[in-house]
Ligand binder design. Structure first.
Ligand code: AMP
Ligand code: GLY
Length: 420
């Protein structure tokens, strides 16, 4: 099979790493890719937001399966264009991607299928939004409706902060994504992520994980795209996973099908767990980054069989072969991230680190310059370890970190503290 992966992050490096190991993979192209991906696949420069450019490229290169990594091309309808051209795609249609691209859409779907989630209301007018906040009281959560690169959510501890969030969003901080706001009840509890493949009808859980969104140790400081993750998430017991499948995932998939917009791809449910019950915080319509890295480390080559079955609508015919293992990814970011940071610093030490099914340094924002690896983004590397226990995975991930020579980078030293 010739496979094209769209994206350039650690998530796409991990997908490429797992897919490459499957003997069914002949040619593997990643667009645009990064320096680490270039070691295991062909990197192609391609505007992955352009429906026509991606479709033409896939046709010219006799691609059999396109795997779409990030949400932006999904929300832009790249999968629809590929399917219209007769290509096999892993990733939802533009209409189904609303589960991530519109928070109000997701809340409506939850209400229609009775999936447990926070009470909510939507507003396109600041005065009405503020009146609602005053009636509800704090803490309360204010969200821009659309895609805001993870920055469109304010968990307000006072009604004053909530009012400020309303003004920020309606003043255009997130452009069109903030034309509407969703205001939600604050949910207390422990967060975890649950990943389920769906072909529109069938659902197959492929892993649980916990992310670390804050930049600082002890979960302090501003939010980031994610500073580290491990899989599985012990808080998501089998009983809780069954409950989430029954009350949240299957009803959502059935509701989407009933609306004529079946969901095909990976549904990433962000959950809040309290007192033995899970409620939905949000959906994403792609793998998490960095959650994908430990998950791919655990799934290995079978990831391609699962993704392929999902794209072909035969998820009822495959099973996941689980090992009793754990994996952890620790992100190295450029100093200053998630604020301003410098690019272009050299990263040493990578070439002598082990690369096997227990150790992998996945690349995110890296490039190659004069034969050296340089940092080109905020989140730059994801050192990933796998082992029989979380403690072993943790030890391996940090041993990799300690072998990386990059004075301009930093990481959190406490990834996994909650589970360890
Ligand atoms: P989202 O982008 O919707 O996942 O929100 C980002 C983060 O905000 C989540 O991971 C939670 O930590 C927090 N959050 C979002 N909605 C709520 C809520 N209703 N109650 C408590 N925390 C929330
Ligand atoms: N790590 C969080 C996300 O991928 O949305």
């Amino acid at each position: 099979m010739n496979i094209l992966i769209l994206g350039s992050g650690g998530r796409e490096h991990a997908l490429a790493w797992a897919i490459r190991q499957n003997p069914k993979c002949d040619r593997l192209i990643v667009a645009p890719g990064n320096a680490g991906i270039g070691d295991i696949a062909e990197c192609a420069s391609l505007d992955i937001m352009s429906r026509s450019a991606v479709t033409e490229f896939a046709q010219e290169n006799a691609v059999d399966l396109v795997v779409i990594g990030p949400e932006a091309p999904l929300a832009a309808g790249v999968s629809d264009a590929l399917r219209a051209a007769g290509l096999l795609v892993f990733g939802p249609s533009q209409a189904a991607a609303q589960l991530e691209a519109s928070k109000a859409f997701t809340k409506e779907v939850c209400d229609a299928c009775n999936a447990p989630t926070a009470a909510w209301a939507r507003f396109s007018d600041a005065v009405a939004a503020k009146e609602y906040i005053d009636r509800q009281g704090a803490p309360i959560v204010v969200k821009a409706d659309g895609l805001a690169a993870g920055k469109g959510v304010v968990v307000a501890e006072t009604t004053r902060q909530a009012h400020e969030a309303i003004d920020m969003i309606f003043d255009g901080a997130f452009g069109d994504a903030g034309a509407e706001v969703v205001i939600e009840e604050f949910m207390a509890g422990e967060e975890a992520s649950f990943f389920v493949l769906s072909d529109g009808v069938n659902c197959l859980p492929v892993g649980t994980a916990q992310d670390h969104k804050r930049v600082g140790e002890g979960d302090t400081g501003p939010n980031t795209g994610g500073m580290g993750a491990y899989s599985p998430a012990p808080v998501l017991t089998q009983a809780l996973q069954d409950q989430v499948m029954e009350r949240i995932i299957r009803p959502t998939v059935a509701e989407m099908a009933a609306r004529g917009i079946p969901f095909q791809g990976v549904l990433y449910a962000g959950l809040m767990i309290a007192e033995g019950h899970a409620r939905l915080v949000e959906y994403n319509v792609r793998f998490g980054d960095p959650e994908c890295q430990p998950m791919m480390m655990r799934l290995g080559a079978q990831a391609l069989d699962l993704i392929h079955a999902c794209a072909e609508g035969r998820l009822d015919q495959v099973v996941v072969n689980w090992a009793d293992d754990h994996a952890m990814s620790v992100v190295m970011a450029a100093k200053g991230y998630p604020g301003a940071y410098d690019k272009g610093s050299e990263i040493g030490g990578l070439d002598v680190l082990p690369e096997d099914s227990f150790h992998m340094v996945f690349h995110a924002g890296t490039g190659e310059k004069d034969g050296k690896i340089v940092a080109t983004g905020g989140r730059v590397l994801a050192a990933t370890g796998r082992g029989a226990t979380l403690a072993e995975a943790h030890q391996r991930a940090y041993a990799l970190i300690d072998g990386i020579d990059w004075p301009e980078g930093f990481c959190r030293r406490d990834i996994g503290w909650r589970a360890l």
